[in-house]
Design a protein around this ligand. Structure first.
Ligand code: ADP
Length: 263
């Protein structure tokens, strides 16, 4: 059955300095969708993600989470978690303590937290570094800790803002494969911002291409959810074709943004 996770109606965001971050925009995300936002810099990707995370209040329009307002978010079946580009770990705390943080803040009893943390670490393949400190971890491992810290809250919607942008290509590919597996296993719904159309092509079931001045949805591109996201997909003609299509749409969105700027 289709279940609406997020629904935006006529969302606008005008910043205090008058910049129109988002023009009236509609968007619906269904349970199980893996949606990516791509587009030229300044087209409102982060702003849109933050509106959905309730970190930005829209100037106009209506946002619904699981059909209700934000006050109802956080209960079973309606949890959301945010992963930022920077892993933002506490340097003085080991991996376990870093991952446990949201549970401590939520008042989850210590014994329960200490069963959930190892499970989250195992999910991201980090059981062997549970006692290490951030300075002893690679960039990819720190990002995995950050993902484990989001997963430990058992989110139903995972919001990611360019999570692997600072990592090298190989690490990023590996994390993308892990995320694809995780999303399938945990039945996650995910919305993520990326600058990489290859990452969008690999991970998404729907790619939203945005344009700027003002920020808006320019086009949408659907990718068969039944595709197994693995190395053979990355090497396939089908993947190359998706990347070509996205590249063309991204070019058109950049062109449209530049025209708006000139007018
Ligand atoms: P993207 O993530 O696609 O690069 P953003 O969502 O960061 O785009 O920004 C969209 C537009 O809103 C840009 O023109 C940006 O300069 C502007 N903007 C973003 N945040 C603010 C802010 N806090 N104050 C003023 N303008 C902002």
């Amino acid at each position: 059955m289709r279940e609406n996770v997020v629904s935006l109606r006529a969302i606008e965001k005008v910043f205090p300095n008058g910049t129109r971050g988002l023009s009236p925009l509609d968007l619906e995300i269904e349970k199980g969708e893996l949606v990516s936002l791509i587009g030229p810099s300044g087209c409102g990707k982060s702003t849109l993600l933050k509106v959905i995370a309730n970190l930005h209040t829209p100037t106009a329009g209506d946002v619904r989470w699981w059909g209700r307002n934000f006050d109802h978010v956080g209960k079973d079946g309606s949890r959301l978690a945010f992963v930022f580009q920077e892993p933002t770990l506490m340097p003085w705390a080991d991996t376990t303590t870093n991952v446990r943080l949201p549970l401590d803040l939520d008042g989850v009893p210590y014994t329960e937290a200490m069963t959930r943390v190892p499970a989250a670490l195992q999910t991201v393949g980090l059981s062997h570094v549970a006692n290490r400190f951030p300075a002893q971890l690679s960039g990819g491992m720190k990002m995995r800790v950050s993902i484990a810290r989001a997963l430990v809250t058992r989110p139903n919607l995972l919001l990611m803002d360019e999570p692997f942008g600072a990592l090298d290509e190989m690490t990023r590919n590996k994390l993308d494969e892990d995320m694809a597996r995780l999303c399938a296993e945990e039945h996650l719904t995910m919305l993520f911002v990326t600058h990489s159309l290859y990452e969008a092509a690999f991970l998404s079931t729907r790619v939203i291409i945005m344009a700027a001045h003002p920020g808006r949805i320019f086009a949408e591109y659907h990718i068969d959810p039944g595709i197994q996201r693995d190395e053979s997909f990355r090497m396939s003609n089908q993947f190359a074709e998706i990347c070509r299509d996205l590249n063309r749409l991204l070019g058109e969105a950049s062109h449209a943004s530049a025209l708006e700027m000139a007018n």
